[in-house]
Design a protein around this ligand. Structure first.
Ligand SMILES: Nc1ncnc2c1ncn2[C@@H]1O[C@H](COP(=O)(O)OP(=O)(O)OP(=O)(O)O)[C@@H](O)[C@H]1O
Ligand SMILES: CC(C)(CO)[C@@H](O)C(=O)[O-]
Ligand code: BAL
Length: 296
């Protein structure tokens, strides 16, 4: 036991400590010297999260994992109550990946004054794509990310490209608000058949799991069309056809081809293809980089 936390594992030279309160975190953080990397999660950890943890382990002297299902980013009809909470299994993943501190606060500890009246405004990009379907989502995400950056005083923070709009907005927030942290994007980890790993994949039945492949299939078809030198319109058409609208069983929310920084305007050269769709009652997202021939 150290600094008021709980020792959850001990190897010859490594201890992962579980902290539940901001006071425990402050005490444990105060004795860390060198660089600190933070990986923020909502738990239900999988190989995608583990890849972020390993990237953090490689780059930073100390690794902090946060596990917090943030009510602020869930809409009234979303899955906050049923979101999977698997702390014991999550701690095992953190231990295996060599995390030093795991911060798993309660809602009351994160928001001691109740719902915060002051929140980060994500700007116009926060209202587009995910923000269109999930109003207030990025206000909630950026607010908790900023709070966790303050509480951990991280030098580096690691975000998965699976949530591409999220990592883009976190970068923009850190730039626009002069937050002294390096934001590291980590490529999406996939199942062998292409499905992007996601905690919400747990909601899928066997049949829905097959239907969910329409997202990565659409991205692959778009990327192949781009590689073949097709123009933006043809790339999007190829992606739509491969998604199988009306036949796949998935309900498309959006399928868009944009600039890699998600800036509005014409797309040339490097680009990003992003997709969101409902599979039964589960909303999934995915995206992929591609390169359009500037002369196409
Ligand atoms: N397949 C993946 N590859 C790389 N990073 C990932 C992957 N899945 C999640 N992450 C990253 O892990 C971090 C924590 O995400 P989160 O805990 O919401 O997991 P999730 O799988 O995205 O969950 P959900 O299914 O609820 O969206 C985020 O930075 C997210 O982008
Ligand atoms: C960044 C995050 C942990 C904020 O709650 C969440 O949006 C997530 O898990 O991607
Ligand atoms: N994976 C990003 C967090 C969310 O969808 O709520």
């Amino acid at each position: 036991m150290t600094a008021g936390g709980t020792r959850v594992s001990s190897e010859v030279d490594h201890v992962t400590e579980l902290l539940h309160t901001r006071a425990e975190l402050a005490r444990a953080r105060a004795v860390l010297t060198g660089t600190v990397g933070v990986v923020m999660t909502m738990g239900a950890l999988h190989e995608g999260h583990e890849t972020l943890l390993r990237a953090a382990r490689e780059r930073a002297d100390h690794v902090i994992v946060t596990i917090f299902v943030n009510p602020l980013q869930f809409g009234p009809n979303e899955d906050f109550d049923r979101y999977p909470r698997t702390l014991e299994a999550d701690l095992e993943v953190c231990r295996r990946a060599g995390a030093d501190l795991v911060f798993a606060p309660s809602v009351a500890d994160m928001y001691p004054g109740g719902e915060p009246a002051v929140r980060v405004n994500p700007g116009p990009l926060g209202e587009d794509l995910e923000g269109l379907s999930r109003p207030g989502f990025f206000h909630g995400v950026l607010t908790v990310v900023l709070k966790l950056l303050q509480l951990t005083r991280a030098d580096l923070t690691f975000f998965g490209e699976k949530d591409y709009q999220q990592v883009t907005l976190v970068r923009r927030m850190c730039r626009d608000l002069d937050i002294p942290v390096e934001v590291v994007g980590v490529p999406t980890v996939r199942e062998p058949d292409g499905l992007a790993l996601s905690s919400r994949n747990r909601y899928l039945s066997g049949a829905e799991r097959q239907v969910a492949l329409s997202l990565s299939r659409a991205l692959r078809a778009g990327a192949e069309a781009a590689e073949a030198g097709r123009d933006a319109a043809a790339v999007l058409t190829a992606a739509h056809v491969a998604f199988g609208a009306g036949q796949s069983g998935a309900r498309l929310d959006y399928l868009v081809l944009t600039d890699p920084d998600l800036e509005p305007g014409p797309v040339r050269g490097p680009a990003r293809l992003l997709v969101a769709a409902w599979v039964g009652g589960t909303r999934l997202i995915d995206n992929a980089p591609l390169r359009l021939d500037p002369s196409s």
